[in-house]
Ligand binder design. Structure first.
Ligand code: GLC
Length: 438
């Protein structure tokens, strides 16, 4: 059978692959998508509004790679032959998988959407997939069920928006690594992508987000460089047929409805014009499960969230469930910390738009909503901060502590918050009526 032949071929790993770190590899994929390619598929500002209001989503990287616990790149990094790796599917029996518990946790974290890896680069599908090459899906694994179906129902039931991650490329195909030399095999992989995307977009009701990843070829160049191979305009046109309102990211080579910035590095610079999303893993070691508890704390996530939101961005924070389907307790703790913080500061985050002040890296940024400006203060150069807000301010409220004093000055307003009334990670001050800037 063709499947066996393909699986038997070992993965060719080019020499350069070993010298790049995961972070560098991600950076190398940054889209340089052609804005002239299928602009008619872009969502309207109205259809994007819920996503821009939502600000926080939870990403879930889960699959066979949870079992060895070496991260989702294990198969490629450790050169595990596809047939050998595939044996994991007969061990994959996540008895504690409870999608409702995941969705509840995301809700408690203050997230408004959740995105799950329906299929990662290893090729194993977490859903019933007749189009899967070699029948490599969770229904035919020890789990014997459609894990995506449970996820979609649970997330919707919790009142959150539903997102699915899908990697067009699949390491099981030698044609992925050598598309020129093995064009037929590469076409087989492409056919699988079209078939599986049709399944995902057709069989699970409304899908709010389609999160592509890994559109590039042979781990070279960018996603956009491979747009011709995937015919990503055609691919996303099919998506739109089933899901006319899905928010689509740019990682299939088509420009997508928003930009993606990947990894946990600090966020700096001015407000970005295009909606964008910072995505990083709360498990510092990998996106997929690793047992080492190398976990970001709530304050670190909050700083990333604030720095994204003041620059027109969202955050998609990833968790890594274990082989049994449980989100590790330390990751859940971080999410609960973020949720507690959002209960108190949500007014300055959800539904806001950036500005009116440009952010000053590591010092402050701002959001606005209605007649209020929210200052997100990350550090205090002095005992006070003066910002160039000159509107008819009628009140200033400290969301992070008891005290705040302020006064108008010729060049703006001077705000003083004593150290005991500052937040641990960030102090948020609401300037009512301040929505006018010099
Ligand atoms: C990288 C990795 C992948 C991960 C993704 C999330 O592209 O290839 O493992 O799923 O980042 O953004």
């Amino acid at each position: 059978m063709a499947v066996t032949a393909a699986l038997a071929l070992s993965i060719a790993s080019p020499a350069w692959a070993q010298v790049l770190t995961d972070e560098q590899r991600s950076a190398a994929k940054t889209a340089n998508a052609d804005p002239a390619l299928a602009p008619d598929l872009l969502l309207s500002a109205k259809d994007m509004a819920w996503w821009r209001d939502a600000k926080l989503g939870i990403f879930v990287h889960w699959g066979l790679y949870a079992i060895p616990g070496k991260g989702e790149w294990h198969m490629f990094n450790d050169k595990v032959p596809a047939a050998e790796y595939a044996k994991l599917s007969q061990q994959f029996n996540p008895r504690h998988y409870d999608a409702r518990a995941w969705a509840r946790l995301a809700h408690e974290a203050g997230a408004r959407y959740m995105v799950m890896t329906a299929r990662h680069h290893d090729g194993f599908s977490l859903f019933r997939s007749p189009s899967s090459y070699g029948g490599y899906d969770s229904v035919r694994s020890a789990a014997q069920r459609d894990l995506v179906a449970d996820f979609v129902t649970a997330v919707r039931g919790e009142g959150l928006r539903v997102g699915l991650y899908y990697s067009p490329m699949d390491w099981r195909f030698p044609g992925y690594f050598q598309p020129k030399e093995l064009p037929d095999n590469a076409q087989l992989m492409k056919r699988q992508t079209y078939g599986q995307i049709e399944e995902l977009m057709r069989n699970y009701g409304r899908i709010d987000i389609l999160w592509w990843d890994g559109g590039w070829l042979a781990h070279k160049g960018t996603d956009a460089d491979a747009a011709g191979f995937w015919e990503s305009d055609k691919l996303n046109r099919m998506v739109r047929r089933y899901q006319p309102k899905a928010v689509i990211n740019p990682r299939s080579g088509w420009q997508g409805d928003f930009d993606v910035a990947e990894g946990g590095s600090p966020i700096t610079g001015p407000i970005r014009a295009r909606p964008w999303e910072k995505t990083f893993s709360i498990n510092r070691s990998a996106w997929g499960f690793t047992p080492d508890k190398n976990t970001l704390g709530a304050d670190e996530v909050i700083v990333l969230l604030v720095n994204a939101v003041v620059r027109n961005g969202n955050v998609l924070a990833n968790v890594s469930p274990d082989p049994d389907g449980r989100i590790p307790a330390d990751q859940a703790k971080t999410l609960h910390g973020v949720g507690e913080w959002l209960k108190r500061h949500g007014r300055a985050i959800y539904g806001t738009r950036p500005g009116p002040l440009q952010p000053v890296d590591n010092v402050h940024g701002s959001t606005q909503s209605g007649d209020s400006v929210f200052l997100h203060i990350l550090s205090w150069p002095d005992e006070a901060l003066t910002v160039p807000i000159t509107g008819p301010v009628h009140d200033v409220v400290n969301l992070s502590g008891a005290e705040v004093t302020w006064r108008k000055e010729p060049n703006g307003i001077r705000i003083m918050v004593p150290p005991a009334s500052r937040g641990a990670a960030v102090t948020i001050v609401e300037v009512k009526g301040g929505n006018a800037v010099r």
